[in-house]
Design a protein around this ligand. Structure first.
Ligand SMILES: [Zn+2]
Length: 308
């Protein structure tokens, strides 16, 4: 991964960034809240990139490319975020904005597909898999024969909005009973609090599983929702493996053990796919963004060489 890449991973709570020089992450990185009293998500992205450009120059390097993973409906070819409810963006030409501001080739992509890119780099033999980051929301990157499936409008992989409970809880998307309304970190925390529990985060709720009946119920509903989503994906795609990432993915065996058991009990007619934790880990989003930036740099070099 040659070049000096500014990599950014946009989340609903924080925007994280790091400088990668020839594929090696440099310190310090930059993390800012996605929303502050004085600025929105775009302001946070610009602040992180300005800090990273400063870091690169302090290390004696001029940035050569930018890669950004963002939630929402992302049209990578057009460089547009079509819609990101949590960020307040509609038809935002993010790639063009960043290229104009920082003067280097830039690529943006959906955050799940960006993280899946990192997983593929860490495990090059993995060709058919679904990467499911579970964080504030739930999404997925579908990888078939080593290629990420984007769909006709860049909207493939919206696993979080598969209805898993008929007439269930309302979802932020307008539907009812979506997987995300039960299995996201946000839903786990909200349901635990709505049930009378007291916790600061979904990780707190996870820590109470096995000791607290309400936490057990909320966790079990999350596992059931995910299992329903996974058997739907398995019947459709026949993946070799389901890779769980994101903040809640870090719950490890607490999530993966009951999930494997549930998927195994639901799928009666075939062997279930392996279900594993992301090996790229919590830095998958940033590493994937760096790989994306590296691709932006090489495609821009090719374009320049081909022009008369
Ligand atoms: Zn939904």
């Amino acid at each position: 991964m040659p070049g000096v890449v500014l990599a950014v991973d946009i989340g609903g709570t924080t925007v994280k960034g790091a400088v990668f020089v020839d594929g090696v992450e440099q310190a310090p990185g930059s993390t800012v809240p996605t929303f502050t009293a004085s600025s929105g998500a775009l302001g946070a992205v610009l602040a992180v990139l300005s800090a990273l450009a400063g870091t690169a120059r302090a290390l004696g390097h001029e940035p050569t490319a930018i890669g950004v993973g963002t939630p929402g409906l992302v049209d990578r070819g057009a460089g547009m975020v079509r819609y990101a409810a949590n960020l307040g963006w509609t038809d935002l030409p993010l790639q063009q904005l960043l290229e104009a501001r920082f003067g280097v080739p830039t690529l943006i992509d959906h955050d799940a597909r960006t993280a899946a890119r990192a997983e593929m780099a860490v495990r090059p033999a993995l060709r058919d898999f679904v990467f499911i980051p579970i964080g504030t929301g739930v999404s997925a990157a579908v990888v078939v024969a080593g290629k990420t499936v984007t769909g006709a409008r860049g909207q493939a992989g919206e696993l979080g909005h598969i209805p898993t409970v008929p007439n269930g809880r309302p979802c932020s998307c307008g539907q009812f009973g979506c997987l995300e309304a039960y299995a996201s970190a946000g839903a786990v925390l909200a349901r635990y609090i709505a049930g009378g529990g007291s916790a600061e985060s979904a990780a707190d709720v996870a820590g109470l599983v096995g000791h607290d009946g309400l936490a057990d119920d909320v966790w079990s509903d999350a596992v059931d929702g995910l299992a329903t989503g996974i058997i739907t994906l398995t019947a459709t795609l026949d993946p070799e493996e389901i890779v769980i990432g994101g903040g809640l993915g870090a719950a490890g065996p607490l999530l993966l053990d009951p999930l494997r058991a549930k998927v195994g009990s639901l799928l009666r007619w075939r062997d279930p796919p392996a279900i594993s934790a992301s090996r790229a880990g919590p830095r998958a989003g940033l590493l994937g963004a760096a790989l994306l930036g590296s691709a932006a740099r090489s495609s821009s070099r090719h374009a320049n060489q081909e022009s008369p």
